[in-house]
Design a protein around this ligand. Structure first.
Ligand code: FES
Length: 143
């Protein structure tokens, strides 16, 4: 029986025709750093393995990375700070200045403290600070 004939007979018989469909799902973050919400209202989190080649620079004080618009900085003495990297003035990405221990915005000069508060305008609203927990060489930033 030809394929076409088979399909016609099957449809005439009222049977459902199942056509295989390839499902391509969107993968989560390629680095597997972002965990989905746990369904218990605990929200998302970013998990950073400091042994990973992607984040080795975070092992040195003064370095910072930006993941999903959150800047994570090694501020020294095994302390890490995570702030929203989006300047509250006009949306530019803030940076980390280890010498001054603050987070300046390169666009119009706003400066944020490690707690996210505004040190210098024109921004007038603090950036959000996130809790960073460290267990061995793994950082967890609760979003
Ligand atoms: S966008 Fe940051 S100071 Fe203007």
């Amino acid at each position: 029986m030809e394929r076409r004939e088979f399909l016609l007979r099957t449809m005439q018989a009222g049977a459902a025709v199942v056509i295989p469909i390839t499902v391509i799902s969107c993968s989560k973050d390629d680095d597997n750093d972002i965990d989905p919400p746990d369904g218990n209202g605990n929200g998302n989190k970013i998990v950073i393995d400091l042994d990973s080649q992607d984040y080795t620079l975070l092992n040195s004080a003064g370095n910072a990375v930006v993941i999903n618009n959150i800047i994570i900085a090694n501020t020294g003495d095994d302390e890490f700070v995570a702030l929203s990297a989006v300047c509250t003035h006009n949306g530019c990405q803030i940076t980390y200045n280890h010498s001054n221990g603050n987070f300046p915005c390169p666009c119009h000069g706003s400066v944020f403290a490690a707690d996210g508060s505004v040190v210098e305008g024109p921004a007038s609203t603090a950036v959000k600070r996130y809790t960073v927990a460290r267990e061995d060489n793994v950082l967890t930033i609760q979003l």
